[in-house]
Design a protein around this ligand. Structure first.
Ligand code: SF4
Ligand code: SF4
Ligand code: SF4
Length: 318
């Protein structure tokens, strides 16, 4: 019998709504334009609504909650920021705009969703708003049978360094950047070009590794920034040791292959910076041992499930 109560989830949507209300207030006090303020209210409403729907909908329909949130947030940002606004929301754009001293648009998006946001909301962007995983997660491999060896996780750091290096080279070596008169349309080309590359690599990895989150685990350069901030996250998954019977069902369904029961045994919340706050483990736990919680503990201790090490009986029984 599934004993998961709504209260096990509730801290996540409350934290999201509170955070984005705070961001809207700060942007209003800072004299930002009306559209920016509305944008943050909109994101807060849809992310928290998606989480509440995920918690309340019957098991087979739960993913609709996440889809509503992802399409409403990731889809809208893709269209309004990248295509209509011609702003490069990819990581290269972030570097370009910082060099140009332009803080609106991409830089403020990164600040809220990927730098300050994860300190409050963990990797909520990765679970509920990202326009990359919004597409990759339509494939049927929502669970994987584990992580590739640790060295593959370094590809994303290399990718990050290459993106930064490319921008520096263009900016300082070729005098190319925001000062270019054609930058407006170039921003859109960078954005669409970057996304085509990400989707291409991401879909290739999904099919090769049978894992919707393979791009997130091994290649995404944005995760380098988000992981660094989520070390300090206040919002995390917490397990009650008295209720956990170590069935490992949560680990088997965690899209990021986190060994959740091992954190419970260690007396810690799930401090892994791989957690994308998708809430799947809360939904899976048959004893209601897991909940979203607010607190303070430094993250960074990674307990991850290597490939094919879960007993077949567990994988087949969930
Ligand atoms: S790791 Fe990257 S691709 Fe994956 S959800 Fe996060 S930002 Fe998106
Ligand atoms: S531990 Fe795994 S399943 Fe649970 S919220 Fe984090 S990523 Fe999702
Ligand atoms: S699913 Fe629940 S009971 Fe089973 S190991 Fe995870 S936290 Fe413990």
């Amino acid at each position: 019998m599934n004993v998961v109560k709504f209260r096990n989830y509730i801290m996540a949507p409350i934290a999201v709504l509170f955070f984005f209300s705070l961001v809207s207030l700060v942007t209003w006090l800072a004299g930002e334009n009306f559209l920016t303020i509305i944008n943050y209210i909109y994101i807060g409403i849809f992310a928290s609504l998606g989480m509440v729907l995920y918690a309340k909908l019957p098991k087979r329909k739960k993913n609709r909650g996440r889809k509503i949130s992802m399409y409403a947030i990731g889809g809208l940002l893709f269209l309004v920021m990248g295509v209509l606004g011609r702003i490069d929301g990819q990581i290269e754009g972030f570097f370009f705009y910082i060099l140009a001293g332009i803080t609106a648009g991409t830089v403020s998006h990164y600040l809220v969703a990927k730098i300050i946001g994860p300190v409050f909301l963990n990797r909520g962007w990765c679970g509920w708003g990202c326009w990359t995983i919004m597409i990759l997660d339509v494939f049927p491999y929502k669970r994987s049978d584990g992580r590739l060896p640790e060295k593959f996780g370094w590809i994303r750091y290399l990718h990050f360094a290459m993106s930064f290096g490319l921008v520096l080279l263009l900016w300082f070596g070729f005098d190319y950047g925001i000062s270019n008169q054609k930058w407006d349309i170039a921003g859109m080309y960078w954005f669409l070009g970057g996304n085509i590359v990400y989707y291409g690599i991401g879909i290739g990895l999904v099919l090769l590794l049978k894992d919707n989150r393979a791009f997130c685990k091994y290649v995404c350069p944005v995760s380098v920034i988000i992981k660094s901030s989520s070390v300090f996250s206040l919002l995390r998954i917490k397990g009650k040791s008295s209720l956990c019977d170590h069935c490992n069902a949560c680990t088997a369904t965690c899209p990021m292959n986190i060994r959740i029961p091992d954190y419970i045994v260690a007396g810690q919340r799930v401090v892994s910076t791989e957690c994308v706050m998708c809430l799947t483990c809360i939904n899976t736990c048959p004893t209601g041992a897991l909940e979203a919680s607010f607190g303070f503990d430094l993250g960074g201790k990674e307990l991850l499930q290597p490939k094919s090490t879960l007993p077949v009986s567990i994988k087949n029984s969930i």
